[in-house]
Design a protein around this ligand. Structure first.
Ligand SMILES: *Cc1c(COP(=O)(O)O)cnc(C)c1O
Length: 375
């Protein structure tokens, strides 16, 4: 699905030198590279504070902790996302309220969000799924009306841009009260291990998050609250500093690959290419097709596997029906889009090293497969 080796080969000399420099400095944790990365990300994103941490899941959890949510408070998020988003809600003893997505753009449906608000609702976690922003203008308006906090799950959309109707352009993760991202190797800005970061323009939230990532310490060995240990290694920061300089070019490569796929599938029956949501760019963390209901998806994936092509289902089960999270009574009729997507989505290889020849090979195989894998 990704080609991290091919990408590494092109920046090997820069990366190797940066990693060796960290080893020679012995500043393995919170070294100068972590601090430098923080500043460079703040500048790239146009956000006041970046707080690096150990992974994207921690970034979500620490953000919710910094927001001061209390047991039983309700947090609304999408039913169609990676489990980490809801995992942190459950871990903190908060109540998960899952809502449906838009069937075409696959991000949170603002009408479903509005209907799920109760007097106990405190926060919303919109997920910028597969690389494009949730409808942030609508979501921020609803949040304002009901005095709710907004935490953007930006693990799949770093670098995406959202344009408000007044013309203001903001980067994904810098629109709500806080944003959380992941630097997992396969993410759009990935390191060579685990990593994550929190974004905010709010000084007080930034201060709290900085304390929480480091055992609730605001002064060395004075612990004002219960925190966690969630630090970014200097080696990962050094790698991320180099990859951040290439991020816009990596995004362009993903977008070019997506355009080639789109063209290849334009007239093909049985598949829908990914819809582009309004007012957001798409940074294509995934290129996710929607198959017609009469296509045998499992057979198609097997067919592609036989040709050496990986295809994945992100995600096969709605969160509300996952064993670990199936704890609330949801009315299934409220989730038509999620229930359609879990049955019909299929993601194709998407990365920075895809060329025309590879895309053509994959698209040809998908077309052949579609013709024979019918229920
Ligand atoms: C990857 C991902 C996370 C978690 O990030 P990790 O760094 O793996 O902990 C959270 N939310 C979404 C939507 C993700 O894709």
């Amino acid at each position: 699905m990704v080609d991290l080796k091919g990408q590494y080969e092109k920046i090997k000399s820069e990366i190797d030198a940066a990693v060796v420099a960290v080893m020679e400095s012995s500043a393995f944790v919170n070294g100068p590279d972590v601090h430098a990365l923080q500043g460079e990300l703040e500048q790239y994103l146009g956000v006041k504070h970046v707080i690096p941490c150990a992974n994207g899941t921690d970034a979500l959890q620490i953000s919710l902790m910094a927001m001061g949510l209390e047991r039983g408070d309700e947090v609304i998020t999408s039913d169609f996302t990676f489990a980490a988003t809801v995992e942190v809600i459950a871990l903190l003893g908060l109540k998960q309220v899952l809502v449906d997505v838009d069937p075409d753009t696959m991000v949170m449906n603002p009408e479903a969000l509005r209907c799920a608000i109760t007097p106990r609702t405190r926060a919303i976690i919109p997920v910028h799924l597969f690389g494009q922003c949730a409808p942030m203008e609508e979501i921020m308006k609803i949040a304002e009306e009901h005095n709710l906090l907004v935490l953007e799950d930006t693990a799949q959309a770093i670098g995406a841009e959202y344009t408000f109707t007044d013309g203001t352009v903001k980067k994904a993760g810098t629109i709500g009260n806080m944003g959380a991202t992941s630097f997992f190797p396969s993410k759009n800005l990935g390191c060579y291990g685990d990593g994550g970061a929190i974004f905010t323009n709010d000084d007080a939230l930034a201060h709290r998050a900085r304390g929480i990532v480091n055992h609730g310490m605001y002064r060395r060995y004075y612990h004002d609250e219960i925190g966690v240990n969630s630090r970014l290694d200097s080696i990962q920061a050094a790698i991320l500093r180099i990859k951040l300089r290439h991020l816009d070019q990596y995004t362009a490569a993903r977008q070019a690959a997506a355009a080639m796929y789109d063209e290849a599938f334009a007239e093909v029956k049985g598949v829908k290419v990914p819809a582009r949501a309004e007012r957001t760019t798409h940074v294509f963390h995934q290129y996710t097709l929607r198959l017609d209901e009469n296509i045998d998806r499992d057979a198609l994936i097997e067919f592609l596997k036989g040709k050496g092509i990986p295809a994945m289902i992100y995600y096969p089960v709605p969160l509300r029906h996952q064993k670990a999270y199936d704890t609330h009574d949801y009315d299934d009729t409220l989730f038509p889009a999620t229930d359609l997507l879990v049955r019909t989505v299929m993601s194709l290889p998407m990365h920075t090293e895809l060329d025309k020849e590879q895309v053509d090979y994959i698209a040809t195989a998908v077309k052949e497969g579609l013709a024979v894998c019918v229920k």
